[in-house]
Design a protein around this ligand. Sequence first.
Ligand SMILES: *Cc1c(COP(=O)(O)O)cnc(C)c1O
Length: 467
Amino acid sequence: MSSRSPLQASAYAEYNDLSLFDLAHQYSFDYLRKVFDRNVFPTEEALADLAAFDEKMPATGKAAKDVISFLHQHGSEATVATLGGRYFGFVTGGALPVGLAAKSLGTFWDQNTPLQVLSPLSAKLESVCQAWLREILHLPDNVVAGFVSGSFAANFCGLAAARYRLLMNQQWDISKKGFRNAPPLRVVIGKNAHSTILKALALLGFGTEQFEWIDTDPQGAILPDRLPHLDATCLLVLQAGEVNSGAFDKFPELVPKARQAGAWVHVDGAFGLWAAACDPLNHLTRGMHQANSWAVDAHKTLNTPYDNGIALCADEEALVSALHMSGSYIILGHERDGMFYTPEMSRRARVIELWATLKYLGKSGISELVYGLHLRAKQFADLFAQAEGFEVVNDVVFNQVLVQCASDELTIKVMQRVQELRECWVGGSMWRQRKVIRISVCSWATTEEDVRRSAASFERARREVRG
Ligand SMILES: *Cc1c(COP(=O)(O)O)cnc(C)c1O
């Protein structure tokens, strides 16, 4: 005799015989076997086939296996092969296998992470990763970490903590009194700040017209001698890794000055902060550890799967107060309740993949991974220097390469042709009033051969476009 509803009966059956999960794994394994060699961007045919998803909300359900098969049939070919070694668009990391495998195991645990009592395991891994991150990034012992979706969220957390502290220093508790009528704060920011910083500041009540913009050098780094006179109402935003050129602000010249004035320093280090964990490159982040807050992505340079960002803050009270949440039903743990360090309440346990990736690589592996991205970027720059008709326009200090052709028109045409050829994928940007093709080497998987093949595709594209 069964008291199960039809829905319960069929769902229990799937968990009992597991063939549904077998099927999903078969499809995943098929995908992994092909993804490193296939076309990087979906074919026109695969894109057209996405129309299969355009259906009315079904009135009745379907068997779970049919749903999974449909998804595989129409979805997998339409993915962008960012997992492979020839995706250089935006700043998009690949994923080391250990991270995907850990994510897959963690998927079945389906942990929710706001409170220790909801997932002691996640709380433990978050504490461990917090300590490891301090060590490998050379941050002070009082730094706390919030595990968020990405650097937008991490920037938001750091800037919210800054707003809280700078106002509290003026006896204004923003959580109680709100932002209206609050004493004014000054946002001091480089002209090359990332758009997610601007969005996070807008959500916190700071508009771009109120900012004090600082001029930047030809690489996009703040010119230290243009820093305005700072005081204790200032929020100074710096970056480790300009999103086009990869340039780093000159922390030793900027951070001590700001701290002496009582300002808060936030560093957007979405992909560049990892230079600190790489011996041959850590001169780039020298002096950044004296800042107050930092944002970094594990899903970019560290190559964990998406989504995996980290907010770091040396002022725990400010971060927790800015993001604080309470309710009569909340039970606090004695160690770590993750939600105090993030804007969300419910969150998946993304720390599982982060922990697995850090443990797998160790300090030496992280250093090697980061340095490898730099070497492949230099290789691109060298190949363009030898090729006809290409000019690299940035100093390749990290993983970013900006390249252009003789005219903006030609640059765009070559980029479009490279995209059509699908040997690799690159996007465009503007750099000092000119169109550029932006190459971002972000994947562990990129080999020297991948770089040669991709550079050859650029040359072929240029030949074809010039007819
Ligand atoms: C990618 C990036 C961000 C945004 O990070 P997400 O993980 O996409 O939210 C912020 N700043 C810089 C410099 C970036 O490269």
